[in-house]
Design a protein around this ligand. Structure first.
Ligand SMILES: [Zn+2]
Length: 282
């Protein structure tokens, strides 16, 4: 059985000290490929480096909405440079996030040092990156928090990659799934959604069309419930613990259960979906 992580950040500094162990554990967990998403100009070279060293890594480049406010004047040139440098390169993580503007605590340690770009500025940067993905027909991995109406409108008005795009860790309303799917959306289920209180999100993922379903860890972010973690989290310099990307197998098992299917059948379907969207050869 081959597992595919549709969205993570393997290059992240929280995971860097444990890399050797992580790649060994991912092999044990039968993870065949992982889309590794850069989020800022500063981390794009690290994604590129990791992709050179490990065939499991599918490199993806984007300016994440949290990082939009700190981009340099050369960001577009730098972005295109990464895409041009590797024929496997794809687009993401890009997106829209109103949570950082409306709901995030001012002292959230993950947001320290970031200028929180207002919605109009996020939109401009998102649209530009999406247009590049559309023009090159590259899959785009999209982050959306508290902005699903605006996201749908934006996608309806935009040129989109004809091969489709990913709404990673989709947390929007179940009613909006058909509208997004019609535009070419895939939806990735995150292991954090196995948290007992996240029942609404499990209901959402029970309704995603089977040919648009994927799974992801978002590691080192979004831990699974501690009692389900097969690979223990890593300590970090902050109080947070880093999600181990080899927990993807647990995510698959939880998704199979909520979809009422066996693991092997689900894994085969997710493999087809992953290879179709991410232009990834065997
Ligand atoms: Zn992410």
């Amino acid at each position: 059985m081959n597992l595919y992580d549709a969205h993570n950040h393997l290059h992240d500094e929280w995971l860097a000290p444990h890399r050797r162990q992580i790649f060994a554990d991912m092999e044990t967990a039968q993870v065949k490929r992982a889309v590794v998403n850069g989020t800022s100009e500063a981390d794009w070279p690290e994604v590129a480096q990791l992709a050179r060293e490990h065939a499991i890594v599918l490199p993806s480049y984007g300016l994440h909405p949290w990082d939009v406010g700190n981009r340099t004047p050369a960001w577009q040139e730098n972005f295109l440079g990464q895409l041009d440098a590797d024929p496997r390169a794809i687009v993401g993580e890009i997106g829209l996030d109103r949570w950082i503007l409306d709901r995030a605590r001012p002292d959230d340690p993950r947001l320290q040092g970031l200028r929180r770009a207002p919605t109009a500025e996020q939109l401009e940067v998102f649209r530009w990156q999406l247009a590049v993905a559309a023009e090159r027909n590259l899959p785009a991995s999209i982050h959306c928090l508290d902005a699903f109406g605006l996201m749908l409108e934006t996608l309806q008005d935009a040129q989109l990659p004809s091969r489709g795009f990913l709404l990673h860790a989709y947390s929007g309303p179940v009613e909006m799934i058909p509208g997004f799917a019609q535009l070419g959306a895939y939806f990735s289920f995150n292991g954090g959604f196995l948290e007992p209180r996240k029942e609404r999100l499990r209901e959402v993922f029970a309704a995603v069309p089977l040919d648009r379903l994927l799974a992801e860890t978002d590691a080192p972010a979004m831990r699974l419930p501690a009692n389900l973690e097969k690979f223990p989290p890593f300590a970090t310099e902050t109080a947070a613990l880093a999600n181990h990307p080899a927990n993807l197998g647990v995510t698959y098992a939880g998704l199979a259960e909520l979809r009422g299917t066996d693991l092997k059948t689900l894994a085969n379907r997710l493999e087809e979906n992953f290879l179709r969207l991410f232009k990834d050869g065997p």
